[in-house]
Design a protein around this ligand. Sequence first.
Ligand code: HEC
Ligand code: HEC
Length: 242
Amino acid sequence: MKQIRQLGIIAHIAVIAGITLAFSSATFAAEIESSLARGGQLYDKWYKVIKAEKPKNTHPAWPAANTKKKGSTTWRCKSCHGWDYMGKDGAYASGSYDTGIKGINGMRGADPAKIVAIMKDKTHGFAGMMDEGDFQDLALFVSKGQEDMDKYIDRASKMPKGGDAARGEVYFNTLCAQCHAKDGSLPKDMDKTLGKQMGNPWEVMHKILEGQPGEQMPALRALDRQITLDLMAHLTTLPKEK
Ligand code: HEC
Ligand code: HEC
C-alpha cells in the first residue's frame, strides 16, 4: 500500500515536472519580442549594437546626389529606409536623408530568409559585416517588428494619436527619469532634449519600442502601444531647450 502511494507521488511529480519543462521550453521558444527589439536596434545602428568599428567610407548605394550625409551614418538601415520604414514615401521624402530609396514596409510578413539574402546582396553588401544571429534578428524585425506608424502618429501635426500626457508623465517619471531627468534633458551628451526630439516622433517611437543601441535603455515593445503613445504625448510637453 505504502509503495503504491509512493509510486503515485513519484508519478505525480514526474507529471508536474514534465508540464513545467514543456511549458518553460515552449515559452522560451515562442518568445521573439527580445529578438525583434534587438533587430530594431540593429536597424537603428548595427555597428553600435555589435561594437564593430564604424564604417569609414560612404555606402556605395548612397546616392551621389545627396551630399548632405556621408560616412558611417549612410550604413545605418534607418538612413536609407527611414524611422517610419517608408523611405521615399515617408518622412525622408525630403530633408538631409532624402535618397529616393524605397521603404522596407513592403516586406512586412516576408520570409526572413529572403530578407537576409537582400541584406547580403550586391546593393547592400552586408555579408561578413554581421553574424548570422544579427541577420536573423534584423530579418525578423523587418518581417514581424515594423509598426504602421501612421496608425499612431499624425503625419501633418507630428502628434501622437490619442496619447494621454498625464498618464505619460507617470510612466516617464517612474520608468525613464532616472536616466533622462524629469525634464528630459539628460544624459548630458544627448544633443537634443527629449522634448525637442519630438520634432521627429517616428524616431522617438522606434527608440521607445526597440531601445537605444548600446545603452541600458529598456525596449517597451512587449507592452501595450497605448503606453508608448502616452509617453510621447508627455514628451511633447517637455522643454525643447536645455
Ligand atoms: C545606402 C542605402 C541603404 C542602406 C544603408 C540599406 N539599404 Fe536596404 N535597400 C537599399 C536600396 C537602394 C534598396 C532597393 C533595391 C532595389 O529595389 O533594387 C533596398 C531594399 C531593401 C529591402 C527590400 C525592400 C522591398 O520592398 O523590395 C529590404 C528588406 C532592405 N533594403 C533592408 C535593409 C536593411 C535591414 C538594412 C540594414 C541592415 C538596409 N536595407 C540598409 C538601400 C539601402
Ligand atoms: C538606463 C537608462 C535609460 C532609461 C531607463 C531610459 N533611457 Fe532613453 N536613452 C538612454 C541613453 C543613454 C540614450 C542615448 C542618449 C544620447 O543620445 O546620448 C537614450 C536615448 C533615448 C531616446 C533617443 C534620443 C535621441 O537623441 O535620439 C529617446 C526618445 C529615449 N531615450 C526615450 C526614453 C523613454 C521614453 C524612456 C522610458 C520609457 C527611456 N528613454 C528610458 C538611457 C535610458
